[in-house]
Design a protein around this ligand. Structure first.
Ligand code: NAP
Length: 366
């Protein structure tokens, strides 16, 4: 089988490079199109990223590709016509959400599906925010999105903020087994790579913690509600009855976002043993899909009382698993635990690739 040609918008950035790295030798997808800002456009990729290469092997694979301007729709349409561009991963940072929305819509309207990392479309009611193991059924909104907008082959699907995977998947596993979640208090400890490159100034980060990340607490509180919601009347309606309070902190780590979580359940409350059984046995994607990026165990439990730790656990199962530990009763709510996931893999490029694999198996990406 010949591989499906894919493009990366924002290919020179931190997340764009992570996509390129994770797609080296991918069995289904081959990166054939790279785009970034007008500053990089027209240059060979190796020249455009000189002095800011974050991953090994990406120049050997793509160094000679000429970078396109991400807003040059003629170039994208020509590549599509030539059979060298079937869909794109969007990892641009335009600094303007309306401009990002329009750019992604232009690709979708041109018949090029967009899988975005940006937050611009996360609150567009007919755009699914996907964590493949949690809400793979939300891809059912895509035909409705296409019909409403008159798009033929193109569509937009996005992945959530990098801070929420470490608790949303464990919560979903409990909800799926009939436990209603009423309230949640989450304190995150987020690595600096979440801010892109060069990111937070080193003098703000070394020997320090910054108790504020712009916009992050709102995303951490609201995005899980859309992901746990359902398709109703051509839009995704938020899950009702769950209240989340988040404290988001930037900490001096390279990779790995940790969340310390307290959960209040409805009338039916699981025992600690039940929680461990549910998380330890959680599998949600049908095995027969055989998605290459899917972790074998989406939730890994560590029993040691000093785990999970970012340096030791963030790379678990291709850096795609959520590692949980410190599972214990909460004297104020019902349950406490610590969740950890890799922010630029599970929380960014790896999660985006897993979504693309799912959409390919479902026939939306060809
Ligand atoms: P980054 O390192 O700053 O990279 C930004 C990219 O956007 C570069 O390729 C840049 O191209 C391109 N760009 C900037 N201005 C542009 C323009 N006017 N037109 C076209 N392209 C333009 O940012 P990042 O950390 O990779 O983040 C990329 C996106 O992913 C953001 O929306 C971010 O919120 C999201 N995200 C990041 C993470 C994470 O962990 N870092 C996690 C989840 C989601 P040039 O090199 O040519 O300037």
């Amino acid at each position: 089988m010949s591989k499906i040609p894919v493009g990366i918008l924002g290919a020179t950035g931190m997340v764009g490079q992570q996509y390129l790295y994770l797609l080296l030798n991918h069995p289904w997808f081959e990166v054939t199109y790279l785009a970034a800002s007008p500053r990089s456009a027209g240059q060979k990729y190796r020249d455009a990223v000189a002095g800011r290469v974050h991953f090994p092997g990406i120049l050997e694979a793509a160094g000679d590709l000429i970078v396109a301007d991400a807003s040059d729709m003629d170039a994208a349409a020509s590549a599509q016509k030539a059979g060298t561009l079937n869909f794109v991963f969007s990892a641009v940072e335009l600094g303007d959400k309306e401009a990002t929305k329009k750019l992604e819509e232009a690709y979708a309207a041109a018949g090029i599906p967009v899988l975005s990392n940006d937050s611009a479309h996360r609150w567009t009611p007919d755009v699914p925010v996907l964590i493949a193991e949690v809400n793979h059924g939300h891809t059912g909104i895509i035909p409705l999105q296409q019909k409403a907008r008159g798009w033929d082959r193109g569509f937009i699907a996005v992945k959530p903020n990098c801070s929420i995977q470490s608790y949303t998947t464990p919560l979903y596993a409990l909800i799926q087994r009939g436990f209603q979640i009423k309230q949640l208090i989450v304190s995150t400890l987020q690595a600096v790579s979440g801010a892109g490159y060069p990111g937070v100034p080193s003098l703000d980060m070394i020997d320090n913690i910054v108790p504020y990340i712009g916009g992050e607490e709102e995303k951490s509180e609201e995005e899980p509600l859309k992901i746990l919601g359902s398709i109703q009347d051509g839009r995704i309606a938020n899950a009702q009855g769950i209240k989340i309070a988040a404290h988001c902190n930037r900490v001096p780590l390279t990779d790995g976002h940790t969340a310390c979580v307290s959960v209040l359940f409805g009338d039916k409350k699981p025992t600690i043993e039940e929680v461990k059984e549910i998380w330890g046995s959680f599998k949600s994607l049908p095995q027969e899909l055989e998605l290459p990026m899917a972790p074998l165990r989406p939730i890994i439990i560590r029993e040691e009382n000093n785990r999970p730790q970012p340096r030791r656990d963030r790379d678990a199962d291709k850096a795609m698993a959520v590692t949980v530990g410190r599972i214990r009763p909460c004297p104020v709510f019902d349950l406490r635990f610590v969740g950890l996931s890799h922010n630029t893999v599970r929380g960014a490029a790896g999660g985006g690739i897993l979504n693309a694999e799912l959409l390919h198996r479902q026939g939306y990406i060809k």
